[in-house]
Design a protein around this ligand. Structure first.
Ligand SMILES: *Cc1c(COP(=O)(O)O)cnc(C)c1O
Length: 383
């Protein structure tokens, strides 16, 4: 935990739990380190994937260190442009509506990632009267995603057969400017696995783009850089990835990546206090204020969320030297932050600070379930 977060927690009043604390200075430092690792010749452009955490403060903090922002809906598009008005934008996502495509054209999105031949046809129709559109075709390659937390199989993009159906549409719509290929195939890959995947994408995309006559082609290699919740210190090796990508890069070609989780996750904490401690059928439970309706991450990932326990006022029952299961206030056995965690001592009034809560945490949560008060939000400023 950073010193400024610890200090901030100490000064929080009881009425402010649960609290989301974002350390913007730590975020800026991390984004700067990522940028530095990817700054030499052959480095890819970085577009931050807004869906990981679209909080305006997060967007504004990351923006100076990245080349652009990737959005996945018309809602994200408008939101991001409000927070970072001049951002370069790439717009992806399956099932884009006509209204969203019109927004993308009107707001001059830099690249539209097209996910199907049907979408390409609709975009061709909508963009003809307004000067065309700049397009990347999203490919969905098969292949070994061993070690991935999530393989993006299914409806995302087009497999190599389906993408062939785009050729006649492009030929009939010269106002569509095909810029390149987009691929986001898996998430949770370490640097070595990510490099192997990037190589596979390039091996497929280069001949396809040259057969389509694309000059100065662009290849978006996706996001999905690994984050290890069980080992918060094992971070994605950006230096190794940067060096590897630089070796794969070719002159005249633009590579791009779009990380989300690995950019924002370390900058957020969900902090709350212990309301009750009890034993049931041989297990010890700490009941925390709030719950997984405010940080859905441990339930969606099915993991024990990492945390730091800060001793508090010890004003009630305690558990000592036993494994403790950390739960929230929801009336469901699924409301678990972490199971059977060896704990020296925990008592009512202690404070639990869940780290790695800066991405896919608050913004994916069903926070009105049971109508508990929402968390308070705190932004620790940069230096
Ligand atoms: C979600 C998503 C990302 C970001 O993935 P992370 O695992 O957060 O890095 C990038 N690109 C696309 C198309 C996505 O759907």
């Amino acid at each position: 935990m950073t010193d400024s977060v610890t200090r901030h927690i100490e000064n929080l009043g009881k009425g402010q739990f649960p609290a989301y604390i974002y350390d913007l200075s730590a975020l800026a430092e991390h984004a700067h380190a990522v940028r530095s690792a990817l700054s030499g010749p052959g480095s890819p452009e970085i577009f931050y994937a807004a869906k990981a955490n679209p909080d305006p403060e997060i967007l504004r903090t990351v923006a100076p260190y990245v080349d652009g922002i990737e959005v996945a809906s018309g809602g994200e598009l408008r939101h991001v442009l409000e927070a970072v008005p001049n951002a370069r934008i790439a717009f992806g996502g399956p099932g884009k509506t006509d209204a969203e495509l019109r927004d993308a054209l009107e707001l001059r999105v830099e690249r539209i990632h097209v996910e199907s031949p049907h979408e390409l046809k609709r975009l061709a129709r909508l963009s003809q009267p307004v000067g065309g559109a700049d397009v990347m075709l999203r490919v969905n390659l098969a292949g070994d995603r061993a070690g991935a937390a999530l393989a993006m199989t299914g409806p995302f993009g087009m497999d190599p057969d389906l993408i062939e159906e785009c050729r006649p549409i492009l030929a009939a719509s010269p106002w569509i400017r095909l810029r390149g290929i987009h691929a986001h195939l898996a998430s949770g890959l370490n640097a070595e696995a990510m490099l192997r995947q990037s190589e596979q994408i390039l091996a497929w995309a280069r001949p396809w783009l040259s057969s389509a006559g694309v000059k100065s082609s662009e290849i978006n290699l996706g996001g999905g850089m690994a984050v290890d919740y069980a080992h918060p210190d094992r971070r994605f090796d950006w230096l190794t990835y940067g060096e590897g990508i630089a070796k794969l890069a070719r002159p005249g070609e633009t590579l791009r990546i779009e990380p989300g989780r690995a950019m924002a996750v370390y900058a957020g904490w969900y902090v709350t206090d212990v309301l009750d401690v009890k034993h049931a059928h041989g297990d010890a439970f700490a009941v925390l204020r709030g719950g997984t309706m405010q940080i859905r991450t441990p339930v969606t990932k099915g993991h024990d969320h990492p945390f730091t326990l800060l001793p508090g006022t010890s004003e009630g029952p305690a558990a000592e030297g036993v494994p403790v299961t950390y739960v929230g206030q929801l009336c469901t056995p699924k409301d678990v932050f972490a199971r059977h965690i060896p704990t020296d001592r925990i008592a009512v009034g202690d404070v639990v600070a869940f780290s790695m809560s800066g991405a896919y945490a608050w913004n994916i949560s069903h926070y009105n379930f049971l109508m508990h008060p929402h968390p308070t939000f705190h932004y620790l400023p940069g230096e």
